[in-house]
Design a protein around this ligand. Structure first.
Ligand code: MV4
Length: 442
């Protein structure tokens, strides 16, 4: 198998392959020549210069590397080409199994108002909003009048918060629509925009999916991802301290049916917003493994990456896991980034000293090592510190202990910020939403 990625997720996929006895091929840019994925894979191929557009995003380079090494499959990890339907299609045309959903599903889920319509059709709760793409400012005003302000305009091809505009009154809607369309066109080469009721101060909750190629879909509980800054998640946990069991059960049942009927396969995440009454509303589907997947692995005992590979090999979910999955205990992940903890400016460079915490209930997923370099070209994730406990209190205690024993020298990291979060009374009480970090930093 070829791993079309870098950093900690490339190592994570190599680990799953080693557990399965599958030989691996790493691909790397010139900036990653001395990285751990290159050392631990059975083979390694340089695919181009540091800039992602000419290496980790370059489809012909990656396919060439796959052909010369004669691999059977490609795992895309997260980011880069992981949700590129064209890449999944090229893999298929080249006789290489892409570890992920079919290209048509990736494409369909990537059109956000399509995904929304499909979920709605299957009884998954969605927010009031447009039927599809907005056709005119008049239509937007009419619709917003019916729904009630505030409303949010979102890029159909968007994600991660780009191309979004919140609107509080009808007079401002035409200008905001133009801005959203302009930004969407520039960023995603599609100016399509749709409209939804705006949820103020939502919580962000997502469900982990596994689905085999024989029609079986399983939901592995949820992750609470509200602790974020500018759409970058900082801390995730499972289960959510805010989700009522009856809401969880109802949404999971609808979701299972929806995904089954669309023929979703492999791993995926379905994102929801929670409003102040504790109800969930679908926002989007991520057709890939996510950064925060270890949180689910710790509460379910299921190796999600290994499951992805075995599903892609045609195995049945019932031969992989015991259903229904019943998560147990509590897990929290802190994303340790190479950044200045005050300014959030990236802090790439050489790691001169490193101590990784361990002990009971502590897992570290990292590509960092002493004298290793965090290059400036890619995202700043240095390590994921994931702690497990029988309950949330124990998971928090172990996270505090592990953070206090985590040493990274030579670069700045977000460890001090994580210590502040873990010390905050509202966080400890489970009382927070997506505005938590803004409030914390005051
Ligand atoms: C929203 C919303 C409020 N109402 N949709 C931001 C990223 C994109 N995936 C969806 N986002 C939002 N959609 C409605 N109808 C607020 C956000 C949002 C947000 C969502 C999840 C996590 C953090 C966020 C931060 C700001 C805004």
């Amino acid at each position: 198998m070829l791993i079309a990625n870098r950093g900690e997720i490339a190592l994570r996929v190599i680990a799953a392959c080693k557990d399965l006895g599958i030989p691996t091929v790493a691909v790397y840019s010139e900036a990653d020549r001395y990285s751990l994925p290159v050392r631990f894979a059975d083979e390694a191929v340089c695919i181009g210069p540091a800039k992602s557009a000419r290496s980790y995003l370059d489809i012909p380079s990656i396919i060439s590397a796959a052909e010369i090494t004669n691999v059977d499959a490609i795992h895309p990890g997260y980011g880069f080409l992981s949700e590129n339907a064209r890449f999944a299609e090229v893999c298929k045309e080249s006789g290489i199994k892409f570890i992920g959903p079919r290209p048509e599903i990736i494409r369909e889920m990537g059109v956000k108002e399509r995904a929304r319509a499909i979920m709605k059709q299957h009884g998954v709760p969605t927010l009031p909003g447009s039927e599809g793409v907005l056709q005119s400012p008049e239509e937007a005003i009419e619709l917003a009048g019916q729904i009630g302000f505030p409303v949010i305009l979102k890029a159909s091809a968007g994600g991660g918060g780009r191309g979004m505009r919140v609107c509080y009154k009808a007079e401002e809607l035409p200008a905001l629509l133009m801005q959203a369309q302009q930004e969407a066109g520039a960023a995603f080469s599609s100016a399509d925009v749709y409209l939804e009721k705006f949820v103020t101060r939502p919580r962000h909750i997502e469900f982990q999916i596994l689905a085999d190629e024989h029609g079986t879909v399983e939901i592995l509980g949820e992750r609470e991802c509200s602790i974020q800054r500018r759409h970058q998640k900082l801390l995730e946990e499972s289960p959510s301290p805010a989700l009522r069991p009856e809401v969880r059960e109802r949404v999971m049942a609808k979701l299972r049916e929806a995904l089954k009927s669309i023929g979703y396969t492999n791993a995926g995440t379905v994102e929801f917003l929670m409003n102040e009454t504790g109800d969930l509303y679908f926002i989007e589907v991520n057709a890939r493994i996510q950064v925060e997947h270890p949180v689910t692995e710790l509460v379910t005992g299921i190796d999600l990456v290994k499951s992805q590979i075995r599903i892609a090999a045609g195995e049945k979910l019932d031969d992989l896991i015991t259903r229904p999955v019943q998560p147990k205990g509590h897990a929290i992940e802190c994303r340790i980034n190479a950044e200045n903890p005050e300014t959030f400016a990236p802090s790439p460079g050489r790691i001169t000293a490193l101590n990784l915490p361990g002990g009971i209930g502590v897992r570290v997923d990292t590509h960092a090592f002493t004298d290793g370099v965090i290059p400036p070209y890619y995202d700043s994730l240095v390590a994921k510190l994931i702690c497990y406990g029988a309950d949330r209190t124990e998971a928090i205690a172990r996270m505090r202990r592990a953070l206090s024993m985590f040493i990274v020298e030579g670069i700045h990291t977000s460890i001090p910020l994580h210590q502040r979060i873990l010390a905050d009374p509202d966080f400890v009480a489970g009382n927070f939403d997506t505005h938590f970090i803004v409030k914390l930093l005051g």
